[in-house]
Design a protein around this ligand. Sequence first.
Ligand SMILES: Nc1ncnc2c1ncn2[C@@H]1O[C@H](COP(=O)(O)OP(=O)(O)O)[C@@H](O)[C@H]1O
Ligand SMILES: [Mg+2]
Length: 239
Amino acid sequence: MAKEPLLAVEGLNVGYAGSAALNDVSLAVQAEELICVIGANGAGKTSLIRTIAGIVCPTRGRIAWRGRDIVGMSPWEICELGIAQVAEGREVFPNLSVEDNLLIGGSLKRARGRRDANLRRVYELFPRLDERRRQSAGTLSGGEQQMLAIGRAMMSEPEMIMFDEPSIGLSPALTTVMFDVVKKLHSHRITILLVEQNVASSLAIGDRGYVLENGSIVLEGTGAGLLSNQDVRRAYLGL
Ligand SMILES: Nc1ncnc2c1ncn2[C@@H]1O[C@H](COP(=O)(O)OP(=O)(O)O)[C@@H](O)[C@H]1O
Ligand SMILES: [Mg+2]
C-alpha cells in the first residue's frame, strides 16, 4: 500500500469573483520530498499556496495534512500544524527589526519553548541576518529580505515550507544562493513545496514536479523526467 502523503490536495477549485484560478487541482507531497510546481505568470501558483495556507478559501476540493482535512482552518492554526510559507514578495514587516521579524515566526506554540536555540540556528544559516539584527527589515536588500522571510519560517520549526517564487527579482548569483538554501533545508529533512517560474533550476533540485497551466495540472513526473520532456523543454525552456 502506498504511504499516506503528508499533504494531499484533491480536486481543488479556487475562484475570484467568478473567474477560476485553480481548476480540479490534485497533488500529493510525501514527507521529506522536494516537490516543484512550475507554471507561467498567472498559472495559479500563488493561489495554490495561499489556499493551502488557509488565506484563500477554495470553492471545492479537499486539502489534507496527515490525512486530516484543513480547509476552513485559520492561517495561524495551519502554521501551528507545521506548514510554513515564504510568500512571494517576502512580506517581512519593514518597520520592525530583523530580530523582531524572526521572533514573530518563533511565537507559535509549537516552537515557542525553543525560541533562542532556533534564533541561533537561523543566524548560523544566515550570518548576514546576524550582522543586521537591529536593522529595520525594510532597509535590507531584496536577497536579505528573502533570507529573513526564510529565517522567519524556520523559527516555527516547520515540517513543510512552501516557497512562492523565491528567485523572483534576484540576480543570477543570488538565485543560485537561494536554490542552494532550499536544497540545504531539504537536506535537513524539511519537506519542500516550491512554486517557480524558474523551471530549469527548480526541476534540477526537485524530486518530483507538476506543471500548472491556466489553473490546471497538465503534466507530472520526476524532476529529471520533466526536465527532459519535450513539451516542457519547448514551452518553458525555449529549446
Ligand atoms: N485577489 C485576486 N483577485 C482576483 N483575481 C486574482 C486574485 N489573485 C489572483 N487572481 C487571478 O488568478 C489567476 C492566478 O493568479 P496567481 O495565483 O497569482 O498566479 P501565479 O502565482 O501563477 O502568477 C490570475 O488570472 C490572476 O489574475
Ligand atoms: Mg505568483
